[in-house]
Structure formats: structure tokens, C-alpha cells
Design a protein around this ligand. Structure first.
Ligand code: ZN
Length: 146
């Protein structure tokens, strides 16, 4: 007991302290802002989409360790994926957070560490914030017909 939880806890802290893909892109295709008023989490997400792929993912914002580490994990998990793959993965993560599916570590990467958050409904919105922002960004770009 505890071994896996400790490892996951360590991964979450690592992404919180050393956020991957933090900052902004030089030439984003689309940018969105989302926030989670229940906790005060904010994210500004930028995507650069080239040939239907997420060639660049950058995030900035502030909030609790779950929201910020999740944004970092999301940026790694979605980078280089096609738009459809990214949308599928966001949906998978959403279902994991709702306890409807087991986490697919191969697809989620370090974000598998957030699976335990599903046990804490108050924190689920924190974990989902950046992923929902990514979905919104992709759908926004599509509706703009780019
Ligand atoms: Zn939060």
C-alpha cells in the first residue's frame, strides 16, 4: 500500500514545480481562457495547429497544485496528436475523472497520476480545467473553419 500513491503524488508535485510547456507560443492558432471559480484556478491555453496536428501546446495561469500539474500533464499528453486523437484523449480523461473508465497509462502518460483525484469530486474540476480548455480550443478552431 502507498507505493503507487507515493509515486503519483511525486509526479503531481514534479509537474507542479516544473511545468512542461509553460508560457506562450509565438504564433498560436487558437487561444482560450478558462477558469474554475470553485477553486480559483485559471488557465490560458494556446495551441498551434499544423496539418491537423497539435504542433504546439502552451499554458499559463495560476491555481492549486492539481490544476497546474494537470495542465502540464495535459500539454505533454496532447502534444503532436491529431485533433481527433486529442479530442478522444480529453474524453477519455474526463471519463476517468468521473470514474467511468480506468486510466489508459499508455495514452495519458504522467496524467495517469491524477486518476486518484476522481475520488474527490471537489477536485475533479481542478483536474479537468485544462483538458476542457484544450477541447474548447480545438472546437473553436474548427468552428472558425481554419
Ligand atoms: Zn483547484
Amino acid at each position: 500500500m502507498g507505493g503507487l500513491d507515493d509515486l503519483y503524488q511525486e509526479l503531481i508535485l514534479d509537474h507542479y514545480r516544473n511545468r512542461r510547456n509553460a508560457g506562450q507560443l509565438d504564433d498560436p492558432t487558437v487561444a482560450v481562457d478558462h477558469n474554475n471559480p470553485l477553486c480559483g484556478d485559471e488557465i490560458h491555453l494556446e495551441l498551434r495547429i499544423e496539418g491537423g496536428r497539435l504542433a504546439g501546446v502552451a499554458h499559463s495561469g495560476e491555481g492549486c497544485s492539481i490544476s497546474q500539474s494537470s495542465a502540464s500533464m495535459m500539454s505533454v499528453a496532447l502534444s503532436d496528436r491529431t485533433e481527433d486523437e486529442a479530442l478522444d484523449l480529453v474524453e477519455h480523461f474526463r471519463r476517468v475523472m468521473r470514474g467511468d473508465e480506468d486510466a489508459d497509462e499508455e495514452r495519458l502518460g504522467d496524467a495517469v497520476a491524477l486518476e486518484g483525484v476522481a475520488k474527490y469530486p471537489v477536485r475533479v474540476k481542478c483536474a479537468l480545467l485544462s483538458w476542457m480548455a484544450a477541447k474548447d480550443a480545438i472546437l473553436t478552431r474548427r468552428s472558425e473553419g481554419g
